[in-house]
Design a protein around this ligand. Structure first.
Ligand SMILES: [Fe+2]
Ligand SMILES: [Fe+2]
Length: 148
C-alpha cells in the first residue's frame, strides 16, 4: 500500500513540505521493494537513499527552525537524532543478511518483513504530525518560501 500525500500534513512551508513529500516517496519505494522478491541490494539501496535524504531533511528543517527562533529547537533536534537511531535499529536486520549468498528480500524472516512494512510510515508521519506541525503557527507568519 502506498502512502499518498495529504494536505493535512502540510506545515505551510514549501521546502519542508517538498522534503516530506519526497520522504514519503522514498518510504513507498522501500515498502514496494520489501513486498516483492528482489535482490537485497535493492532494499539496501532504498534504505541508504532514505538515510541520506532524512539526514539532509533534518538539517534543512533545523536551519529553518533556527531562522524562526523556535523555542523548542533543542527538543526537536534531539527528536531528529532519535529518529535516525530508530531507523538504524529497524533496518539493522537488512544489513545483517550480508553474509548470505545472493540474499533476497525473501530471506528476511517474515516477522521482520511484517514489522518493517508500515513501521517507517509511522516513524515519519508521527513525527510530522506531533513535532513538525508545531512549527505551523510560526511558519504562517512567514512567506511560504521562507528559507533563512
Ligand atoms: Fe522534524
Ligand atoms: Fe520534518
Amino acid at each position: 500500500m502506498t502512502i499518498a500525500w495529504s494536505e493535512a500534513w502540510s506545515v505551510g512551508n514549501d521546502l519542508i513540505d517538498a522534503d516530506h513529500r519526497h520522504l514519503l516517496t522514498l518510504i513507498n519505494i522501500f515498502e514496494k521493494v520489501l513486498s516483492t522478491d528482489r535482490p537485497l541490494t535493492d532494499l539496501r539501496a532504498a534504505v541508504d537513499a532514505l538515510f541520506d535524504y532524512t539526514q539532509g531533511h533534518f538539517a534543512r528543517e533545523e536551519h529553518i527552525m533556527l531562522g524562526l527562533q523556535y523555542a523548542k529547537y533543542d527538543h526537536h533536534k534531539h527528536a531528529h537524532g532519535e529518529l535516525i537511531e530508530q531507523l538504524k535499529q529497524a533496518t539493522q536486520p537488512i544489513r545483517d543478511l550480508g553474509d548470505v549468498m545472493s540474499p533476497s528480500t525473501a530471506d528476511l524472516p517474515r516477522e521482520i518483513r511484517d514489522s518493517l512494512s508500515g513501521l517507517l510510515r509511522h516513524w515519519i508521519l508521527d513525527h510530522i504530525l506531533k513535532e513538525d506541525m508545531q512549527l505551523k503557527p510560526l511558519l504562517a507568519k512567514r512567506p511560504g518560501n521562507f528559507a533563512p
